[in-house]
Design a protein around this ligand. Structure first.
Ligand SMILES: Nc1nc2c(ncn2[C@@H]2O[C@H](COP(=O)(O)OP(=O)(O)O)[C@@H](O)[C@H]2O)c(=O)[nH]1
Ligand SMILES: [Mg+2]
Length: 272
């Protein structure tokens, strides 16, 4: 059973460190609780995983009364930031909130066009400036506009250049400063977008970003692919970054709140 569980965790992208930690705690507790029946042990294993996840999955629920509620979307290129910013905007719009999107990635014209097109498609207003504009000035104006128009939520897409850590720190801190200049309590959320498809590399990205800025949650994308999603466990348990939403496809509605219980159950679909 231990060997099977170890294989299951490793094949599901939990990574070596988390796998060993989980199995070690599991074995100790089995002895303590005197469990010898395999079926009971597996049920207990699932409970233990859920408990480990829940203990670290701590965050405050969004208080949308603080208008505008500002959400900053960060992450490296290609992980799905722009798509996710739009999915999130659509998600909140369906709940009845007024949402504004801001095209903070001003380095590539394709990035601005992508957000503007998505906004048009789903009837969500997008604030943008021409390519090459200073990203901080786009963000400054977007926060002011959201305040003027009394929008409930402002979602800011950013560029994902990760030249080096110093550069990243400077850029993120500049954005943070600019937002606070307009609205000292903002951004209320800083969501880090991570691609489940790149497995353990996501952990490294999460480490770098959380050492630069206070990440309040992560959104894990591309869980519809071959990725088994075990990295979610490390993001939450090891890095203490709560996973808030997941992306499960390219369509606007392929987006869900992260459900811990369903997540744990999904690993046992194979009939263990
Ligand atoms: N299959 C799948 N593809 C996704 C998901 N989220 C984003 N993508 C795709 O990933 C690619 C990069 O997304 P984009 O939002 O441009 O990434 P960015 O560079 O971080 O802004 C696009 O082709 C998206 O359609 C997801 O949850 N599942
Ligand atoms: Mg983008």
């Amino acid at each position: 059973m231990f060997k099977e569980l170890k294989n299951l965790l490793l094949l599901s992208d939990f990574g070596v460190v988390a796998t060993e930690k989980i199995l070690c705690i599991f074995k100790k507790n089995l002895n303590k609780k005197n469990i010898s029946d395999t079926k009971i042990a597996i049920v207990y294993f699932k409970t233990l995983l859920l408990k480990m996840l829940t203990n670290s999955q701590k965050f405050e629920y969004c208080d949308f009364k603080k208008i505008p509620f500002v959400i900053l979307i960060v992450g490296v290129n290609g992980v799905g930031k722009t798509t996710t910013a739009t999915k999130l905007a659509y998600f909140y719009k369906q709940l009845g909130h007024s949402v504004l999107l801001a095209a903070g990635d001003t380095f590539r014209s394709a990035a601005i066009d992508q957000l503007v097109e998505l906004g048009l498609m789903y009837n969500i207003p997008v604030f943008s400036k021409p390519i090459g504009s200073d990203s901080a000035s786009v963000i400054f104006d977007a926060v002011n506009l959201a305040m003027q128009q009394k929008k409930n939520i402002l979602i800011i897409d950013t560029a994902g250049r990760l030249h080096n850590k110093d550069h990243l720190i400077q850029e993120l801190q500049k954005i943070n400063r600019v937002i606070k200049k307009c609205l000292p309590t903002a951004p209320q959320e800083i969501f880090l977008v991570l691609d489940a498809g790149i497995g353990q590399n996501s952990i490294q990205q999460a480490r770098i970003f959380s050492s630069c800025i206070k990440i309040t949650g992560s959104i894990v994308t591309k869980l519809d692919g071959t990725a088994k999603g075990g990295i979610i466990f490390s993001i939450v348990n090891e890095l203490m970054i709560p996973v808030r939403y997941i992306g499960v496809g390219e369509k606007i509605t392929d987006f869900k709140l992260f459900d811990q219980k369903k997540f744990i159950d999904s690993f046992f679909d194979i009939g263990l």
